[in-house]
Write a protein that binds this ligand. Sequence first.
Ligand code: SF4
Ligand code: SF4
Length: 380
Amino acid sequence: MDFDKRPILVFWETTRACGLACRHCRACAVTEAPPGELTADEGQRLLEQLTGFGMPRPVLVATGGDVLMRADLDSLATRAAQLRLPLAIAPSVTPLLTAERVEQLHRLGVRVASISLDGACAVVHDGIRGVTGHFEHTLAAIALLRKAGITVQVNTVVTSQTLDELPTILRLAREAGAKIWELFFLVRTGRGSDLAELDAGVCEQVCHFLVDASRYGLIVRTVEAPFFRRVVAEREAGSAPSGPIYAALSAKLLEELGPPSGAPRAQTKGTRDGRGVIFVGHDGSITPSGFLPLELGNVREDDIVSVYRDHPLLRKIRAAEFEGRCGACSWRDLCGGSRARAFAAHGDPLAEDPCCAYRPPRAPRGRVIRGREPAGEHAA
Ligand code: SF4
Ligand code: SF4
């Protein structure tokens, strides 16, 4: 895949309306759609624009808010199928997610859906999602999607609240028949601005745990933690995980699921915000990702294909022209750090990712951000 030419994933925030009010919501979703969202006609035009990327088509991930609150979802799905544009959905778990709705979307060509499961018990999950009983509804929603023949990806946000729950969440996802487990490492944006990120040493240990977790049949991948790819490569090269959080998580994993049964299935495609991924906001704004609110254009006036291929910032991101430790790192092409977190932390999308524990030996002192010392080692 030539990421200079086309992304593999285009996220479209179809609406900001959502029946939930999660504490970490990137979109700051609200109960009624705010003014200015792309109309049905504009949505159809966006689908046609996306064909300009050529073949293979990117996967269009219809997200939100809650995509099920988008009144024209069926006609969008129909048009996407006509254009041979694979469509995945990221619905919220609300009373709108019914068996009839899911079966209809499957008939229209939707084959993949992601569902958020943020705790291994009602106390944690419901606390994050803000709705009593939501944990049980979420497990029921996964079963309903599977019954309709839709592949389910379980999404989990990684914060201090969910950390201890991760091994049990994996067991639940596996028992529920999910095929993919995607872990979102918090970026302090949207409503998540008020929450604390995990520090770099903890993120490193979680990544090592995720390598182990990927040996239980599900594909495991991360969002806004591309340094997971470095950890996967280091483990393949024989590095040994360590640290008390890793030890506790791996012990709980063994308790929950027993010894691993397969080879690691950690997904390591070299995407990052703006490289293989692009985001369209509810108002048509084009940004490198949903977590990086830097507007590069708007699909109402601009061609998303040209913006993706030619915008100077995206060219720099794809060429791995970074500052600080990421700029001096030999892993910068495979990883490159979270550009969204660099922006949230430093106001510069090309700065270093503060949640990565790796300290490249060649980081020039004058360019190291936040006074981190280059030591060629791991802070964990
Ligand atoms: S379900 Fe998603 S869109 Fe809705 S409030 Fe929660 S995080 Fe935001
Ligand atoms: S320093 Fe940056 S590029 Fe290197 S592994 Fe860490 S996040 Fe990735």
